[in-house]
Design a protein around this ligand. Sequence first.
Ligand code: MN
Length: 226
Amino acid sequence: MAEFAIAPAPVPTVPVEGEAAVFPVRRILCVGQNYAAHRAEMGGDDRNPPFFFSKPADAVAPPGRDPAYPSATANLHHEIELVVAIGKAARNVSPDAALDLIFGYAVGVDLTRRDLQAAAKGKGQPWDSAKGFDDSAPISAIRRWSGAVPAGRIRLSVNGQVRQDASLTDMIWNVAEIVSEASRLWALAPGDLIFTGTPEGVGPLVRGDRVEGEVEGVGQLSFTVT
Ligand code: MN
């Protein structure tokens, strides 16, 4: 193998609950507008299905890492999401076969520069600066999983006040459909994370806010915006 001209970046990792070994992150895909009530609060309607965007792998902020309030925004938003961790390589899988690719689940927050996202939407520009900034993907440890897909509540509170509280069963694309759709667009591989979209109740964060999120049966996450 060729020598590197510069030192390669470290592989971003997420803990695996109860294990010393960590999950190496290869790629972060995200689903947009996957809950009808959130799609409505963002001004969308049912003419368009959910869609994908992405964040860089090193956007993950694992437990214990408090994200800094990002530059270049005056409207940082929280979006609590169920995260799927992919453990097997595959492409073009059917929804029936998709669950077999899943290593486990985690709780994530898709931090968003909402003002930059609105500006990008207005100009038909991509969302990278709105979605893919440093520490924009706080995440819990990954819980290994087999069997039925999580189907409980998904919640987020800020300084003890509940902001988001919905059911995972409100998803427009369910987990199997998300993984299947993603596998039609990309060759999925171990290390891929998929943020599955946020329910209604997104809102602003300011420096010092304490954020606590939970997905029933999957785990909790908490961080402070510094
Ligand atoms: Mn999101």
